[in-house]
Design a protein around this ligand. Structure first.
Ligand SMILES: [Zn+2]
Length: 72
């Protein structure tokens, strides 16, 4: 399983994203897309989120110190 990364805009403190690992498993079943929601305090640069089925993903805040090309 590859590691998922969620990029948060500079001022965002909450997010809801698709869990790619769940989506892969549910692709053939259809239905609601599996999502993961979480919060990141405004002064934190990174954190972790866990979807309802236990997949872990990194949460990183976009910022001026981010290395060039990090979003490719
Ligand atoms: Zn998941």
């Amino acid at each position: 399983m590859h590691e998922q990364t969620i990029w948060l805009p500079l001022r965002a403190t909450a997010f809801t994203e698709i869990c790619e690992a769940c989506e892969d498993e549910h692709a053939e079943r259809g239905g609601l897309r599996p999502t993961v929601s979480g919060r990141l305090p405004i002064h934190d640069r990174s954190g972790w989120a866990t979807c309802p089925r236990g997949h872990t993903m990194r949460v990183l805040r976009m910022g001026g110190s981010m290395p060039a090309g990090a979003l490719r």
